[in-house]
Design a binder for this molecule. Structure first.
Ligand code: SAM
Length: 409
């Protein structure tokens, strides 16, 4: 696969057409191999217009939202920048292609270490990664010219504002509901900040001392309504009135776990339905094969005086036939069963009936008259007794065999 072409296609279709025009961001998006930041097996989906799972319940952000955040952060070549929520490392990698130095903090150790390895492999040596709570920022490395927070906070954490350089920009999703607002906080003076609303987004929660607690229920993402993508990201929010909901002509930006395109959602729903149908069909086939009346529900035992065909799979309290075939013989024939057989089946009738019955050595014997001319077939009309796996013995003459029957409750 020609990844350069796929990346160029992604930039053209997912970014520039939606209004991303910062040259340094576009250049970085053309350069950083997103396929190296997704979980193994997901490489083919790396340039989809969607966030992807990276394990630990986290996601690598949708390319467009990363590009938008970086563009709005106004990154410049000499900047020192902080990313809170390293995740896969993709956004930090992009930032590192634009600015002088990136600091990246992630609360999941596995993700942080994995990202650090990726940076090493790709030769991105201007990124420092730390495991920790990014809601408190990275005081030792502050102040920063730009801070990008890739998870949603209930409020703008004050520590992050304090760690901004004068003129520094903080990009952060903020909100207490399922959808949040993407905010840009600019430090305009030692204690002065300006805030811009950049649009609606859906992010995984920022978990930390100055954010949500770890018990925060995972956000479920909403799919933006088709119309919301029409406006470019440069538009300003439209306030409809005091006390009323604020609407915005900016695109609602998908992020997080469930926010996939409508097509994907439909595809997955169809896929799930197909699996359910397939499983049901399989279960029906198996029941047909293995169940009562199926090809494996009976067994024929071959003995020297003849054969016995009996049920091995049945249902509780159900009539069953057992067929005893005697070879032609000039002597009376004897069929025997044990007490266990009678716990499995009750004998309701014998066709044709036996000549005599006897009990000996814990067995019941049925005697049938001799017929030297031809074989004789006897049908025992049975009724299943107790459910479960049952074991009993049957015999023709002196020969005895053990047989098993499974009776479904
Ligand atoms: N920017 C990432 C990328 O490009 O792959 C995606 C980030 S993912 C949407 C959000 C990340 O924020 C998760 O990896 C999560 O573990 C992390 N996170 C949440 N709360 C955090 C905190 N207080 N400090 C650091 N990382 C945090």
């Amino acid at each position: 696969m020609d990844m350069t072409r796929i990346r160029d296609h992604m930039v053209e279709h997912q970014l520039t057409r939606r209004g991303i025009d910062d040259r340094s961001v576009i250049e970085a998006m053309r350069t950083v191999p997103r396929e190296k930041f997704v979980a193994p097996g997901f490489e083919d989906f790396a340039y989809e217009d969607a966030p992807l799972s990276i394990g630990d319940g986290q996601t690598i952000s949708q390319p467009f939202i990363v590009a938008l955040m970086l563009e709005k952060a106004g990154l410049k070549a000499g900047d020192k920048a902080l990313e809170v929520g390293t995740g896969s490392g993709y956004a930090s990698a992009l930032m590192s292609r634009i600015v002088r130095q990136v600091y990246s903090i992630e609360r999941h150790e596995r993700l942080a270490l994995q990202a650090r390895d990726r940076f090493g492999t790709l030769g991105y040596h201007n990124i420092e990664v730390r495991v920790g709570d990014g809601s408190k920022g990275w005081p030792d490395a502050a102040p920063f010219d730009a801070i990008v927070v890739s998870a949603a906070a209930p409020e703008v954490p004050s520590a992050l504002k304090e760690q901004l350089n004068l003129g520094g920009r903080l990009i952060i999703p903020v909100g207490r509901g399922q959808e949040q607002r993407l905010k840009r906080v600019t430090r305009t003076g030692p204690a002065a900040f300006e805030e811009d609303d950049l649009g609606g987004v859906v992010f995984v929660p920022l978990i930390g001392e100055d954010a949500w607690t770890a018990a925060h229920p995972m956000y479920t993402a909403t799919v933006p309504s088709p119309g919301t993508f029409a406006a470019g990201p440069g538009s300003q929010p439209r306030v409809q009135g005091a006390g009323m909901e604020t609407t915005n002509r900016l695109p609602a930006l998908p992020e997080g776990v469930l926010d996939h395109t409508e097509f994907q959602q439909r595809f997955w729903a169809l896929q799930r339905l197909s699996w359910i149908m397939f499983t049901l069909l399989l279960a029906i086939c198996l029941l047909g094969l293995l169940g009562r009346g199926g090809p494996f529900s009976r067994q024929t035992l071959m003995l020297s005086d003849g054969s016995v065909d009996f049920p091995v799979i049945s249902r509780w309290n159900t009539p069953e036939d057992m067929t005893v075939n005697f070879l032609a013989s000039s002597e009376d024939r004897v069929f025997t069963i044990d007490a266990a057989f009678l716990r499995t089946f009750s004998v309701q009738g014998i066709d044709p009936p036996q000549k005599a019955t006897f009990a000996r050595d814990g067995r019941i014997g049925y005697v049938f008259p001799a017929d030297p001319a031809e074989p004789t077939q006897i049908v025992f009309r049975l009724q299943t007794q107790q459910p479960g796996a049952r074991r009993a013995t049957i015999g023709l003459g002196e020969e005895v065999r053990t047989q098993f029957t499974f009776i479904f409750p």
